[in-house]
Design a protein around this ligand. Sequence first.
Ligand SMILES: *Cc1c(COP(=O)(O)O)cnc(C)c1O
Length: 420
Amino acid sequence: MKYENTLAHALQLDKEDPLSEIRQKFHIPKDSSGNEWLYFTGNSLGLQPKQTQHYIQQELDDWAKLGVEGHFEAQNPWLSYHEFLTDKMAKIVGAKPLEVVVMNTLTTNLHLLMVSFYKPSIKKYKIVIESDAFPSDRYAVQSQLEFHGFNIEEGLIEWKPRTGEELLRIEDLEEIVEKQGDEIALLLIGGVNYYTGQYLDIKRIAEIGHTKECMVGIDLAHGAGNIQPNLHESGVDFAAWCTYKYLNAGPGSLSGLFVHEKHAYNKELPRFAGWWNHNKETRFNMRQPFDVMPGAEGWQLSNPPILSMAAIRSSLDLFDAIGMDALREKSEKLTGYFEYLINEIDTDRIRIITPTNSKERGCQLSIQVKNADKTLHEQLMKHHIVTDWREPDVIRCAPVPMYTSFEDVFKMVEILKSLV
Ligand SMILES: *Cc1c(COP(=O)(O)O)cnc(C)c1O
């Protein structure tokens, strides 16, 4: 792409953008004089699609009208409501419908997945994570180690960037697994790192783990709706992600879960049970011995919250109408433009640490600030440019292709330039 550092060029890019109209479908927060914020934190909490209130209202109306009968008689019967989400969610992460379900929240699902896929023995019990894993993931695996009676210091292996570098190198993971693979039970890696924005080669990670019979799980909290991870083809054993970041389904909304087809019919896998992973045919016959369902649905425990699922359904309908390929195409252009403009600023106060190769990142750019000077982030906020600060020294900015324009990106960088 050839970019230009002018407002006219940004406006031209918006004009050529086939997705520019989608922005109208979202509520964009405004300041007190009615000016739209420049919202760069869709990686943390995605904005609200305007149609979401109608999806939720539908279920409130059916509940008011039908009470318990809504399980069968609602326009969208609640009994099988989660099934409305499956096909569209499967497309977003490149999976087969059998492999995907929406349930619980992310960290809960990581634990449920580890019940099945972290089966340590005295010799093979270690877990590999990225040294800069999201805290919840780190706490989750640490508590799994302790739950199984292992020591965290011995059991946790960190895949670290080399000294003086920010990004992970796949060769270093290869070396860890080559040397210690016989003691490693599980690799649990963030597909897109929350801090640096680095998008790792998920397929390669699966191959590396499987050479030494380690299970491989991927956290896609920063991947789902941002990049196309092609989960089925990647061969990873399991994955989970939340739906309130790029998937725009509202604060605290439910999680997506993937279990690869190769495990779909394995009834021997240890797992926790509830009535919702019991065979649908006999679920309501009560007093039946537990009979686990095949596929990802076989990890559900409870009947799910319909109001939260209505918001997810609304969002998935938008994703489905656009398609991940078109979104990704815009995303690469938009983030490319953002990167170009930042690099045009003549300063040594800031530096992008996210990979420059668009295949190794999603839409987020992480801007490292010299001397960890947090005031720059505060000043951006004062200008209603919403970004977030992550300790120790990074401002994370995500121009989300669904609702961010090239003009937004241009204006944002103009202000950033004036501040540095
Ligand atoms: C956002 C995020 C979480 C949050 O977990 P919840 O259980 O939804 O609160 C966990 N892990 C990663 C990598 C995240 O980015």
